[in-house]
Design a protein around this ligand. Structure first.
Ligand code: ATR
Length: 290
């Protein structure tokens, strides 16, 4: 629904939504509505069409229109950084906001839950971080959150390769810490630089439906390494299929989407929701209908 047409909510019914432009493809309404129904919570979560030039006024009128907060999707996640009264450390470090909540003073607090979603997806699959090395393909927006999650998980070395090497260099420069060195590998040499890694991550858009395949040989991957992909359509990417065939643990990207929504649901509706198989099925059905 266009944000201008939103009417003031009835009192006492928590109301939230996702702002995007376009916003029709967002799976967030399906996800949050599933949880609202599953927990019998009387709340509302809507898709809100907000053009880029309307974002500042839309965010400022959230409280007046009865919202307790919103999620942000493309193209608003970076623009929102400068529109918040306060940013949490994750939003500042990732450089993007995907959750806006309104505090008791009516101020806008920007958070980012993508690194949390990536980490929780891996941990809930049974993956056990061992403090070693990880390899990340891609240096776009998603990759920043992935690198921060890997650092939070205790990896001490991250290798990153990107078609456009400079983007990887910027990430390595911005995010290297005393506890975790990030080194850049040439895209062409990446398949030969997988020695001793515990985890391979595809954070590019390659392999997604409608995109080129990820042509990335994994025969040098250590046998005990796990593989994960941020792409979730298709659920089993070619990379994950090849990894499974070689006996690697393979973790699909849908869980990242589902887990990153948990802190938002808690902020809006007061309950930390569970990621279940029923939820996965409901969201996948939505993804196919989009
Ligand atoms: P997101 O925010 O989802 O990460 P993005 O910022 O557009 O999206 O990044 C897409 C990633 O996929 C980038 O790492 C991109 O590489 P470039 O930085 O060189 O553009 C990568 N990617 C997209 N198409 C690619 C292709 N054909 N070959 C190699 N990498 C590709």
């Amino acid at each position: 629904m266009p944000f201008d047409e939103v009417v003031v909510a009835e009192k006492n019914i928590p109301k939230a939504g996702v702002m995007g432009w376009p916003v029709g493809h967002s799976l967030s309404p399906r996800l949050h509505s599933f949880w609202l129904q599953a927990y019998g919570i009387d709340g509302v979560y809507e898709a809100l069409a907000v053009a880029p030039e309307e974002l500042p006024s839309a965010l400022r009128s959230l409280e007046e229109k009865g919202f307790c907060g919103v999620n942000l999707t493309l193209p608003h996640k970076i623009a929102a950084l400068g529109l918040m009264d306060a940013l949490d450390p994750a939003a500042r470090r990732i450089g993007a906001v995907n959750l806006v909540s309104i505090d008791e003073k009516g101020e806008l607090r920007g958070s980012n839950t993508d690194a949390f979603g990536f980490e929780q997806n891996l941990l809930s699959s049974g993956f056990q971080p061992n403090g070693g090395a990880a390899f990340v393909l891609g240096a776009g927006g998603a990759s920043r959150a992935v690198l921060i999650a890997l650092q939070n998980m205790g990896f001490t070395e991250i290798r990153i390769a990107n078609r456009t090497r400079e983007r990887a260099e910027i990430l390595a420069r911005d995010l290297t810490t005393a506890a975790c060195k990030i080194s850049v590998i040439d895209w062409e040499n990446a398949p030969q630089a997988l020695n001793e890694i515990a985890l391979l991550v595809n954070a590019t858009s390659l392999g997604m439906e409608g995109q080129e395949a990820l042509d990335f040989p994994i025969h040098d991957l250590p046998q005990d390494a796990a593989v994960t992909d941020i792409v979730y359509a298709p659920l089993e990417t070619d990379l994950l299929r090849r990894a499974k065939a070689r006996g690697h643990k393979a973790v699909d990207g849908l869980g990242m989407l589902l887990h990153q929504a948990r802190p938002s649901f808690k902020a809006f509706f007061g309950r930390d929701p569970e990621v279940t198989d029923d939820l996965r099925r409901a969201v996948l059905k939505g993804a196919k209908e989009c």
